[in-house]
Design a protein around this ligand. Structure first.
Ligand SMILES: NC(=O)c1ccc[n+]([C@@H]2O[C@H](COP(=O)([O-])OP(=O)(O)OC[C@H]3O[C@@H](n4cnc5c(N)ncnc54)[C@H](OP(=O)(O)O)[C@@H]3O)[C@@H](O)[C@H]2O)c1
Length: 261
C-alpha cells in the first residue's frame, strides 16, 4: 500500500471494468489526484463517489469525453494539465471499444465502425501520449497501454478491435524505443480474460463467470505505475497466467530496442 503516494494519474475508460478497478486501487495506493475519462457521465459519477469514500481528501476529476473525437482529446488534455498544475505521473491508456456486436468478419466490416474503433483504441492513445509527454518528463512518468491476446495473434471476427491492439503493441514498442533514456517509460499489459461489459458484449454466448474479476489483475498495474518499475521500459506484461511481474517468465519477449543494440 502507498506505492503511489502523491502521484497524479489519468486513466481513460476509468468509469467501469478494468479502468474503474484501477482507479480504486490507485487511490488505495495513495494517488493524490486522479482524472477518469469516459463518455457516460453517470458511470463517472458513481466512480467519483466511490473514490471519495476511499479517501475524502482525494482530488477526482471526472471528464465526460468521446476519445474517438480529436476535439474531446484536446479538452481532456487541457483539463488534466490545468487540474494537475502541469504535471502528470501516470497515464493509463485503457479505454477501448469492441466495435459492432456481433463482431463482423473484415469482409463485412463497415468502414465507419472500423474508423471509430481505430480512432478510440489507437489514435487516442497516440495523441494523449504526444500531448501529455511534456508534463511527464520532469518526474519520469509511467505510460501503461492496454493490449490483448488478439493484439498478438489474428483471430477471425476480432476485426478492427484486434487490429487496434496490434497497433497498440507496435506503438508501445516504438514510443519506448524513442523515449529510452528520457526517464519516461512505456509498457503494455494484456490483462487477460475479464468479466466486464466489453467481454460480455464480445462473446454473448459464453458464461461470463468463467472470466476473472478485474480486481484480480491489478497488481502489475500498481507495479508499473509505481517507482518500483522506474527502469522498466518497452516490456509486454500479462496480468494473468500464473505468473506475475516478479517472475521473469511472465514477460512475453519483445524485440530488442534499436537503442539497445
Ligand atoms: N475484458 C477483457 O476480457 C479484456 C481482455 C483483454 C484486454 N482488455 C482490454 O482491457 C481494457 C479495459 O476493458 P474492459 O473490459 O474493462 O472494458 P469495459 O468494461 O467495456 O470498459 C471500457 C471503458 O472505456 C470507456 N470507453 C469506451 N469507448 C470510449 C470512448 N470512445 N471514449 C471514451 N471512453 C470510452 C467506457 O466508458 P463509456 O462507455 O461510458 O465511454 C469504459 O469506461 C481495454 O483496453 C480492453 O481492450 C479487456
Amino acid at each position: 500500500m502507498n506505492r503511489l503516494d502523491g502521484k497524479y494519474v489519468l486513466i481513460t475508460g476509468g468509469s467501469q471494468g478494468l479502468g474503474r478497478q484501477l482507479a480504486i486501487n490507485f487511490v488505495k495506493e495513495g494517488s493524490a489526484r486522479i482524472c477518469i475519462v469516459a463518455r457516460r457521465q453517470d458511470f463517472l459519477d458513481e466512480v467519483h463517489n466511490r473514490l471519495l469514500e476511499i479517501n475524502p481528501k482525494i482530488k477526482v476529476i471526472p471528464i465526460a469525453a468521446d476519445l474517438s473525437r480529436q476535439e474531446d482529446i484536446e479538452r481532456v488534455v487541457a483539463i488534466t494539465l490545468h487540474q494537475f498544475d502541469g504535471r502528470l505521473d501516470v497515464l493509463v491508456n485503457n479505454a477501448s471499444t469492441i466495435g459492432p456486436s456481433p463482431m463482423p468478419y473484415l469482409l463485412d466490416y463497415p468502414l465507419e465502425d472500423f474508423r471509430y474503433v481505430i480512432n478510440t483504441n489507437l489514435i487516442a492513445p497516440f495523441l494523449l501520449i504526444k500531448k501529455l509527454l511534456p508534463a511527464m518528463i520532469e518526474n519520469s512518468g509511467s505510460i501503461i497501454n492496454i493490449t490483448s491476446d488478439v493484439g498478438a495473434s489474428g483471430y477471425p471476427g476480432w476485426g478492427a478491435y484486434g487490429i487496434s491492439k496490434f497497433g497498440i503493441e507496435g506503438m508501445s514498442q516504438t514510443w519506448a524505443a524513442e523515449l529510452q533514456g528520457s526517464g519516461v517509460r512505456v509498457n503494455y499489459v494484456d490483462p487477460g480474460n475479464m468479466n466486464t461489459a466489453m467481454h460480455r458484449s464480445a462473446e454473448p454466448d459464453e458464461d461470463p463467470r468463467q472470466w476473472t474479476d478485474p480486481s484480480e489483475v491489478t497488481e502489475v498495474f500498481a507495479y508499473l505505475a509505481s517507482d518500483e518499475s522506474k527502469n522498466v521500459n518497452g516490456k509486454r506484461f500479462r496480468a494473468q497466467g500464473g505468473n506475475n511481474h516478479k517472475d521473469n517468465s511472465s514477460y512475453v519477449e519483445r524485440p530488442v530496442l534499436a537503442s539497445e543494440v
